[in-house]
Design a protein around this ligand. Structure first.
Ligand SMILES: [Zn+2]
Length: 139
């Protein structure tokens, strides 16, 4: 028998997507809300995995991005901000790409992570399922 556990986190970050010729190409920030769904075996113990254990593994993934500027490595702004203020990715930092990246990171520390939802705005949330991960960038 298995059960699904949802843990929620958030981080604040700036980004821009120069490939888009609209407002998203301008530097701006979001409060990213994250929900990680773990599909865990449920046995006689009455628990799946202690929430505290889950948080210990997953929180650092989001803390690393908090109050940073998330940039495609080809963005010229990367040279100006440097490593103290920016984190570089090998892909545009769209919500879709970030969601896939984050789920990959979560699965690296807890393979039971089966789905991740990344809320970028009040009206836009990305859902990514582990079964679809190979279709997305992983760096
Ligand atoms: Zn944005």
């Amino acid at each position: 028998m298995a059960m699904q556990i949802e843990r929620r986190y958030h981080f604040y970050a700036a980004h821009r997507n120069l490939g888009l010729k609209d407002k998203c190409a301008r530097l701006h920030g979001h409060r990213y809300g994250v929900a990680v769904i773990l599909r865990l075996p449920y046995g006689n113990s009455g628990i799946t995995m202690k929430f505290e254990m889950i948080d210990q593994q997953l929180k650092p993934i989001f803390a690393r991005l908090d109050h940073m500027t998330l940039l495609d490595e080809s963005d010229p702004l990367a040279n100006i901000l440097g490593k103290e203020q920016s984190i570089l990715f090998g892909f545009p930092t769209s919500a879709e790409n970030l969601a896939a990246y984050l789920l990959h990171q979560c699965r690296h520390v807890i393979p039971y992570c089966s789905e991740l939802r990344l809320q970028e705005t009040d009206s836009a949330t990305i859902y990514v399922d582990a079964n679809d991960l190979l279709e997305y960038p992983r760096r």
